[in-house]
Design a protein around this ligand. Structure first.
Ligand SMILES: *Cc1c(COP(=O)(O)O)cnc(C)c1O
Length: 404
């Protein structure tokens, strides 16, 4: 039978201490032992099912981690206090001083800043490449390379990584393929396509209510155990631990992710088709004009669609700013960074979320001034939304007024 990630969520069965339909929340930072010997064994990692201290693990965090591992189809997972709190420990666990990373150049601004400005202080160098060109990716691999890093759907340009081919490259050179799947939960399952590690910022679609930051690393039991090791585990020692109360609330939101993704995708697809027809430069993986449309189709779990993210180019930063302010005034969404909210969110990535990337590099990768990134919301009547958006664009001379 086909792998259906949402079914994996649906099939999870956790009960609370008193038979509650939700698991009990572990409201403790430390745990008692009946025998001193068991405490010692737990420290050594030899006492399964025992909890020691909540920076290491807690029942609530394990529930959420197991649910996300089931969704991504990995052996296990560990949740973290933020997406960056998942990304940085993984890279520091997999790479030592003197080693090297090959990364997509179109990645989340914070990840880019970490690899470009911070990791070199620890002797870890990164080559940034166009991830859609496999020959360029392969040419950047050196004997020191340990990790191949990319986002399934890149931020903010919505380039698509060919996970199967990248996994084959990783295998050939004995690298770990680490994939940030934040933009395409459920739609694409990178581990199923050969990725070794799948990371999410839970802050975005998965939690979906813009009320917290959070992250997860999905991978093999071996890697997750290494990350949590009390002696040399990066997640354990850097301390980016999620709070139990928060993981319980993220778990509850995760249960409606499949319905939300279907609606985000439906609405984004509708708007992308309309904008493109109106002559606006639109990038959306669901459009036949997207350079990787067929690739996305070949990787996707069809029922969740092409995701909720799209970009349009309105020509200049002035026009982009005017349009975003007007759309906010008309209550079409919020001028805000982040994604995966019930409301549409929009921002101009060149001057916000990707401002860590120097201007020359922005131009080279096609990140133009007039670009607006949309995270399309859960609007019940997307046709109405479109009509109001179109009126805004006409008012600002982005669209020609229609000949009556
Ligand atoms: C937001 C985001 C991150 C960082 O996540 P935080 O939860 O803000 O730390 C990483 N990758 C992508 C693609 C993101 O959108």
């Amino acid at each position: 039978m086909d792998f259906k990630p949402a079914n994996n969520i649906q099939d999870l069965q956790y009960f609370g201490e008193f038979g509650g339909v939700n698991p009990s929340i572990s409201d403790s930072s430390t745990y008692t032992f009946l025998s001193a010997k068991t405490m010692f064994d737990t420290f050594e990692g030899n006492a399964d099912g025992c909890y020691l201290y909540s920076r290491h693990s807690s029942p609530s965090n394990l529930y959420l981690g197991e649910a996300l591992a089931a969704m991504e189809g990995t052996e296990t997972a560990t949740v973290t206090a933020s997406g960056m709190g998942a990304i940085t420990p993984v890279l520091l666990q997999l790479c030592e001083a003197g080693e090297h990373i090959v990364s997509s150049r179109t990645i989340y601004g914070g990840t880019y800043a970490f690899l470009k400005n911070f990791a070199p202080r620890l002797g870890i160098e990164t080559s940034f490449v166009d991830i859609t060109k496999l020959d360029v990716v392969e040419a950047a691999i050196t004997p020191k390379t340990k990790v191949l890093y990319c986002e399934t759907v890149s931020n903010p340009l919505l380039e698509i990584a060919d996970i199967k081919q990248l996994a084959a490259l990783a295998k050939k050179y004995n690298l770990k393929l680490v994939v940030d799947n934040t933009f395409s939960p459920l739609s694409i399952s990178p581990a199923k396509l050969g990725a070794d590690v799948v990371i999410h910022s839970l802050t975005k679609f998965i939690n979906g209510s813009s009320d917290t930051v959070g992250g997860v690393v999905c991978g093999t039991r071996e890697l997750i155990d290494q990350l949590r090791n009390v002696n040399d585990g990066a997640a354990m020692l850097l301390g980016s631990t999620m709070d139990s109360l928060r993981s319980a609330s993220v778990l509850k939101n995760l249960r409606t992710l499949h319905i939300r993704m279907q609606q985000h995708s439906h609405n984004a697809n509708y708007l992308a088709e309309k904008f493109e027809k109106d002559g606006i430069k639109t990038v959306y993986p669901g459009l036949a004009s997207h350079p990787s449309h067929d690739l996305f189709k070949s990787m996707m779990n069809t029922m969740y669609g092409f995701g909720g993210m799209l970009t349009i180019d309105v020509g200049s930063l002035e026009k982009a700013n005017a349009l975003m302010e007007l759309m906010q005034e008309r209550n079409l969404g919020y001028l805000a960074v982040s994604l995966g909210f019930y409301k549409t969110l929009f921002s101009a990535p060149g001057s916000s979320t990707s401002s860590e990337i120097p201007e020359e590099e922005q131009i080279e990768m096609g990140l133009s001034d007039g670009l607006i990134r949309f995270s399309i919301g859960l609007d019940a009547d997307i046709e109405r939304t479109y009509k109001i958006m179109k009126a805004c664009m006409t008012e600002l001379n982005i669209l020609e007024p229609e000949l009556a």
